[in-house]
Design a protein around this ligand. Structure first.
Ligand code: SF4
Length: 504
């Protein structure tokens, strides 16, 4: 600003006085501006364009957005994250109840009963698919459909009747009962109703304390994890007496949206690791109950499952490792990390052999896509920080520059890693709203947005390519095969001729 502003002021005055010399003066001004801009870049290490990005922001949002390498970023201590959304800013975050359903809905043999108005229950398997190898009860969404009468006189009786009816009709040993906003307001005693129903039917009936207003999506993850902890708690005996299964792991934070759990399970089995249970993709009541017997927890989606892993370490003495099976590099690194943890030479050798074989299969394919994609620009806005970190690396693998990275629920530590990986000038933002996403993607010239179901319409309205990394996928994006699927999808959407017509 300091260098450019006086030059612009001077130019306006000179042009008004001497119209004939205008072309020469304009050329001189351009040179001066270029000089000033280069001087500034030299001084603060970042392009002016990047600094202008944060000019038009709402004051309360400024600390949640930064531009790597900018003057503002150098002045800021750290990015504000993991905080309540600013009122009126139209956050992209889902509510507490939705967060809880993300985690619990993939439990395939459970009855998922929403205690609330019918609108809340529209968040179902249909908009957040996950695959099952056996039961399909989880594809139904049940609701007590609370009406005005229930809000005035209470909904506990209706809830008890609903549980009775469902247990009679469906052969299930597990019911999750989700609390919604209005239930939190009228104060129905979910604990008492669930306890009575569990005793009556001799099955697990577990409340999920997920009233929408008690926090943000992260609170929903914790509510779901608390319910899982209740489910896996042994009915009798001392937890110290639980016999651990050698070379076994629980795989936390994979919801098997398009069969990812099966791919990772196959890799782990090939290197000699037994997968005790996956939380919660393609899981069922009996398998989840065996979770305390695992030797190690590995955590893919840290945003939703870090809390569960910490609690299991505290209660069952199961250590945990953060891993990621998104992208070639992270998949290979994670397999090595797991084999390393078990300190098993044979396992390490098998891991290296698998990595070598799979890398040789997919590298030539990725090279081809890289040639076609080199120089394109991507924007990332996803739920958790772990995914954003892996996606930055994955875009680098296929030659794409990441110009904007944001998450709904990233932690301070994850934002530090994102900052380390990002190039100078990259916009980094937490808990964004559609207008911020539009502004930054447009100004940075992104060709592609990778996000979830709520970001899709925004990208299409802007005439921009989009990749769903969450809800609507039909092919897996994890592991070696996922790295190729991802590159293929990026190529087919970014290089589609349709965007040319959409922008015209
Ligand atoms: S915010 Fe409340 S009312 Fe809205 S979907 Fe979530 S639980 Fe239901």
């Amino acid at each position: 600003m300091f260098y450019v502003y006086p030059v612009a002021q001077a130019s306006n005055r000179i042009l008004k006085r001497d119209k004939h010399s205008a072309p020469a003066i304009l050329a001189l001004i351009c040179l001066l501006k270029k000089y000033a801009r280069n001087k500034l870049i030299e001084k603060v290490g970042v392009d002016m364009q990047a600094i202008k990005l944060t000019d038009a922001l709402i004051e309360e949002r400024k600390n949640s957005i930064t531009v790597k390498g900018s003057v503002e970023a150098k002045q800021k201590q750290s990015l504000t994250c993991d905080a309540e959304s600013v009122a009126g800013c139209v956050s992209q975050r889902a509510c507490v109840y939705c967060g809880a359903r993300v985690v619990l809905n993939p439990v395939t043999d459970a009855i998922h009963l929403v205690h609330g108005p019918i609108g809340c229950s529209s968040y179902t398997w249909d908009i957040r698919g996950s695959l099952s190898s056996a039961a399909d009860l989880y594809r139904n969404s049940f609701c007590t459909d609370l009406k005005e009468h229930d809000i005035i006189f209470g909904g506990e009786k209706k809830l008890a009747f609903a549980i009775d009816e469902l247990v009679r009709k469906y052969d299930s040993r597990l019911v999750f009962v989700y609390s919604t906003c209005v239930v939190g307001v009228i104060g129905d005693d979910l604990e008492a109703v669930c306890k009575a129903a569990a005793e009556k039917h001799n099955i697990e009936v577990i409340p999920v304390q997920s009233s929408g207003f008690i926090g943000n999506k992260s609170a929903g993850y914790r509510a779901a994890c608390d319910s899982l902890l209740r489910l896996i708690e042994p009915n009798s005996g001392d937890v110290k007496d639980i016999v651990k299964i050698p070379d076994s792991i629980n795989y936390l934070g994979d919801f098997n949206l398009a069969g990812e759990v099966w791919i990772i399970k196959s890799y782990l089995e090939q290197i000699g690791v037994k997968v005790n249970v996956a939380f919660t993709g393609d899981s069922h009541c009996d398998a989840l109950k065996k979770a305390p017997a695992a030797a190690l927890n590995i955590v893919q989606c840290a945003g939703s499952m870090r809390y569960l892993a910490q609690k299991m370490e505290e209660i069952y003495d199961i250590p945990c490792l953060n891993i990621s099976f998104i992208g070639l590099q992270d998949t290979a690194d994670s397999l090595r990390k797991i084999a390393d943890w078990f300190s098993n030479e044979a396992m390490l050798k098998r891991a290296e052999k698998l990595i070598e074989k799979k890398t040789a299969e997919v590298k030539p394919l990725l090279r081809n896509y890289r040639k076609k994609l080199e120089g394109k620009k991507a924007a990332i806005f996803v739920g958790g920080g772990f995914k954003a970190v892996s996606l930055i690396k994955q875009f680098k693998e296929i030659g794409i520059d990441v110009v904007m990275v944001g998450t709904q629920t990233g932690s301070q530590e994850e934002y530090e890693t994102i900052n380390d990986l990002a190039d100078e000038g990259t916009v980094i933002l937490d808990d964004a709203n559609p207008s911020e996403l539009e502004k930054f993607m447009t100004e940075k010239g992104a060709d592609l947005l990778v996000g979830g179901v709520k970001e899709r319409p925004l990208a299409y309205k802007l005439g921009m390519a989009f990749i769903d990394h969450n809800h609507d996928r039909k092919h897996p994006l994890s592991g070696f095969v996922g790295a190729v699927n991802f590159a293929k999808e990026v190529y087919s959407t970014v290089c589609s001729p349709v965007w040319k017509y959409a922008k015209d």
